[in-house]
Design a protein around this ligand. Sequence first.
Ligand code: SAM
Ligand code: SF4
Ligand code: SF4
Length: 437
Amino acid sequence: MRAIDAETIELVETERINFPNFIHKKVLNKNLLIAPEYPTWIVLDDDEYDMFRILCEHTIEESLAIYRKNIHAQDPYSIRMSVLEKIFNNNFYREGFAQTQNEEIMDNIQKSIHINVINDCNMRCKHCFINAGRVEKQQIDIENILAKVRDITIINGYTSVTISGGEPLLHKNIFSLLEGLRGHKVSLFTNGILINESIIDKLQPLVSNIQISMEGISAEKYEQNRGYGNYKKVLQAINLIKAKNIPLYLAVTILPDTLLDIEENLVDFVKMLDYKNMQIRLNNEIEMSGAALHELDLRNYDMQHSNIVVFNLMKKLGKLGFAVEPSKVKNIRFKNCGIGTSIVIDSDGKIYPCSYFSSYHIPYTASAKHIIKEFNTINNNTSIEHIEKCKDCELKYICSGGCKINNLVKNKNMIFTSCNDDFKQKQLEKLVNSELL
Ligand SMILES: C[S@@+](CC[C@H](N)C(=O)[O-])C[C@H]1O[C@@H](n2cnc3c(N)ncnc32)[C@H](O)[C@@H]1O
Ligand code: SF4
Ligand code: SF4
């Protein structure tokens, strides 16, 4: 008797596969099958879905003959192989349920720290949610912030710390701050304009990685948003980072008027940079706050087309080894978005439970113990079990109820979800796309 091996189980050809309860949806012309409780999903084309339906009723052995008799598609053996692989690789069978875990409980999750050290900037990007450089200047006091990080570290341990702004390299004591953070995994988010040979020498021993932002790839589009004369400087920064072999993230935020430029030029640009220690963070979700609120007009922005462009670029960049892929985590029941898993300190000292600012924040004077306790509570209180609309949704452990700050901003309550057909459709499309990458 022939058996088909998976890592943890051997399925015997003379037996039927024991499938979990699942929901079938046609999304982007594919068949999306979701097993909500596991949670896991598979994506099948129409031939594969025909085979899957036969496998629901018959043994693996019988399935080939039945398929041949009723369906007449080319190469049923390969079709069956491909379906079986997807089933096993994604634990889409009842025995695979043993792999399912609940998300780590909030009290045990180590928190990352994000500090916006300054709200001033040497640029005036029209999409900037910080509104950097256009509002009253504020910067973090270094001694004070290091004391706060030390207090948090006593409870939370050494962690990932992101230093951002505004433009963090404008802070006059930035290197004292970075020195004081030794022991943590420090990421620096910068526009790169101030990076020169002496700055990069000083940064190298102090940071684990650097993120540089570009919204346009050609000089013309980059400079339309990030200012004339700056393209040469950002390229120089990238080359200096490359020369030191510091891990680099290129944050490419797509704006309506740079979509075409990014679509046409990003892949060639990445090939031209030829830097193996680089990953691209491609993002077309623009947060509509700060300058973006007044200076960007998204009314005629074709989001669906933009999603397709992102998907195709991710696929190409993935093949080249440069893409940060969307999360494909399965078999973990996520009960919330990331709210409360990071401690975000803004340049005015207010402390937020994620990078999306809102009326919900804690004063700087709060103790580390209080901050951590409060963020654990907010995460627990807004988890999926408390959201009436999500209780019976097949996506509940995958989407986990969407962004809680969005709910707060739009509906004045973190557990009143703004989910509508459009939002849900987007979640479903993300699942399909994540499998096609
Ligand atoms: C606020 S900036 C601060 C660090 C640095 N000044 C820079 O530009 O990289 C951090 C990142 O946020 C992105 N960003 C700014 N406004 C945004 C918005 N409205 N929506 C999405 N991303 C945004 C920027 O493009 C940048 O990659
Ligand atoms: S996105 Fe960064 S570089 Fe641009 S204005 Fe905001 S803080 Fe400055
Ligand atoms: S927010 Fe919408 S898509 Fe997400 S779990 Fe709730 S009902 Fe489902």
